[in-house]
Design a protein. Structure first.
Length: 120
């Protein structure tokens, strides 16, 4: 049986991991946006770029809310996970052979998992 201190430690570790993953996803999306715009065509479609922008902002806000121990941090993490999943799918679909897109998709996947773990 967990003591309150052990439970707090586990929660703290989970939160630290999620903050780290959210900030990494935020950065990865921001790095990919100019890359996609430079390639044009499918990479630069409005829906894809908008989703990467939305994902980056959601991840940044989730990290901030967790750092502030915000009242709605857990609920925000639930929504952040959904946005990250959508961004992951978009990046994978743009070009399955593009390593930059796959790296962004992998980071979105990791962040979505971390956010789901925080939300539960």
């Amino acid at each position: 049986m967990e003591t309150p201190i052990q439970g707090s430690h586990l929660q703290g570790t989970r939160m630290e991991r999620c903050i780290h993953d959210c900030l990494a996803c935020y950065q990865e999306c921001l790095i990919c946006i100019p890359y996609c715009l430079s390639l044009g065509e499918k990479h630069a479609e409005q829906k894809h770029i908008s989703l990467m922008l939305e994902c980056s902002e959601m991840c940044n806000m989730s990290a901030s809310l967790m750092q502030l121990k915000g009242e709605f941090a857990y609920e925000h993490c639930q929504l952040c996970a959904k946005v990250c999943e959508a961004c992951e799918a978009s990046c994978r679909n743009v070009d399955p052979n593009d390593s930059m897109m796959q790296k962004c998709a992998d980071m979105c996947h990791r962040c979505a998992d971390s956010c789901r773990n925080m939300a539960h």
